[in-house]
Ligand binder design. Structure first.
Ligand code: URA
Length: 430
């Protein structure tokens, strides 16, 4: 039996007491955890120490690097095209990847969107796309390359198990030990996957507000700065937008209904906030890929982005024209009085959709694609008594009471329209 170079207990104690973990010890901790030598209990204790004590920039860099080193590194160098990816830190009604990837690919840039599934109240891109009959999330590296190289140019698929396996293990552990919302852990988790993926450029949509992991804009800014520095130092051209996640994005929260809304955006319509964010992120991605003047509005309005969307869905065995699933049961909530919608709090709406079956409580659960919430009004809209405010959809009526309970106090109607800040609050660069 080989002799281990360090003891997990010493690494845990060093961080617990507020010290810096030396580089070789931190690298060993990640490697030994991936191998199964360091136990879940020890890693959870270390993650909690990081949550409480934080990490220096250099420790975050080493942690990220160790997670990259736990698996394979991909390279798109042979594609002969620039590659640019986008990552959102997660929100409620955040379907932006769906219209964004084909829109950016219109301009000859390859978009490798290695995406995830939802856990907790935040939705997952793969769950949404799996509402489309036949669509396949699992692609081989060869299929992914072929799709990006050919006419399609964009691919949204599941990250293979070889990419940053340390993060897969650690993320699942953090999810059940109250250690998700730590800047060093989120930054290293996201950036290890993106750097290992081998993209040339990356735009981060860092969300703040009630439906985001970072409620507070100052913490979101710190997270964005940390990730931009990690990307830039690894040779990935990285920028971030800080965007408001206090109110659900768009009018659809769920899976199939979010695909419907994305298709509206690709047809040149759809809710103004979803279109605005899609365009802002597309401009940012295309600027990094050397196309700062691309006419992204034109590509949405004249059907070019829709053509790429259909080709992208077909390339992964989906039928872009097939009917999407609809729910057996619906429950409509109406306005109790005349007035203006003053508040719709993203987090409880996300939790409610999750309880309806749109999300999963355990990684192995299946989502119900037709479950979710459709909003009929947003903050600032005038409503009259009895007018539908939102519709809950589920496969089983028994889901409604707990979903409605989550929405208690989550929205209000008053006399004065709320003040709205801009959706895109700040741009963070290296
Ligand atoms: N997304 C990730 O991939 N990791 C995190 O830690 C948080 C969001």
């Amino acid at each position: 039996m080989s002799v281990e170079a360090y003891d997990a207990i010493d690494v845990i104690r060093a961080k617990r007491d507020g010290g810096e973990v030396p580089e070789p010890a931190l690298r060993w901790m990640v490697d030994a955890y991936t191998r199964g030598y360091v136990s879940d209990a020890q890693m959870a204790s270390f993650a909690m120490a990081v949550f409480q004590r934080g990490m220096q920039r250099d420790e975050i860099r080493v942690l990220t690097d160790a997670m990259i080193a736990s698996g394979e590194r991909m390279s798109f160098a042979s594609l002969g095209k620039k590659t640019v990816d986008k990552h959102s830190t997660g929100g409620v009604g955040d379907k932006i990847t769906l219209p964004l990837a084909p829109l950016v690919a219109v301009f000859g840039v390859a978009v490798p969107q290695l995406s995830g599934r939802g856990l907790g109240h935040t939705g997952g891109t793969l769950d949404k796309l799996e509402s489309i009959p036949g669509w396949r999330a699992a692609l081989s590296n060869e299929e992914m390359f072929a799709q990006m190289q050919g006419d399609v140019g964009a691919v949204i698929c599941a990250a293979g198990s070889g990419l940053a396996p340390a993060d897969k293990k650690l993320y699942a552990l953090r999810d059940v030990t109250g250690t998700v919302e730590a800047i060093p852990l989120i930054a290293s988790s996201i950036m290890s996957k993106k750097i290992a993926e081998g993209t040339d450029a990356l735009v981060l949509d860092v969300k703040f507000g009630s439906g985001a992991f970072m409620q507070d804009i100052d913490r979101a800014r710190e997270l964005a700065q940390t990730m931009v520095a990690l990307g830039t130092d690894s040779g990935v051209a990285t920028t971030a937008l800080l965007t408001d996640m206090n109110v659900p994005l768009g009018l659809a929260i769920g899976n199939a209904n979010e695909v419907r809304e994305s298709v509206e955006i690709l047809a040149g319509g759809g809710p103004a906030d979803v279109r605005e964010l899609t365009l802002a992120l597309a401009r940012e991605m295309l600027a990094l890929a050397g196309h700062p003047d691309a006419d992204v509005e034109g590509a949405l309005d004249d059907g070019r982005a829709m053509d790429v969307w259909k080709a992208m869905i077909r390339a992964q065995d989906g039928d872009p024209d097939a009917a999407l699933p609809t729910a057996r049961e619906t429950h409509v909530v109406t306005a109790p009085a005349d007035g203006v919608v003053t508040r719709m709090d993203a987090l409880p709406f996300g939790i409610s959709a999750w309880r309806l079956g749109a999300g999963r409580a355990r990684a192995e659960d299946k989502v119900v694609h037709a479950a979710g919430i459709d909003l009929h009004a947003k903050p600032g809209d005038h409503v009259t008594a009895g007018q539908p405010l939102f519709t809950l959809s589920a496969e089983d009526e028994a889901r409604f009471p707990r979903a409605l309970e989550a929405l208690d106090g989550a929205w209000s109607i008053g006399d004065t329209a709320p003040e709205k800040g801009p959706l895109v609050r700040e741009r963070i660069t290296a």
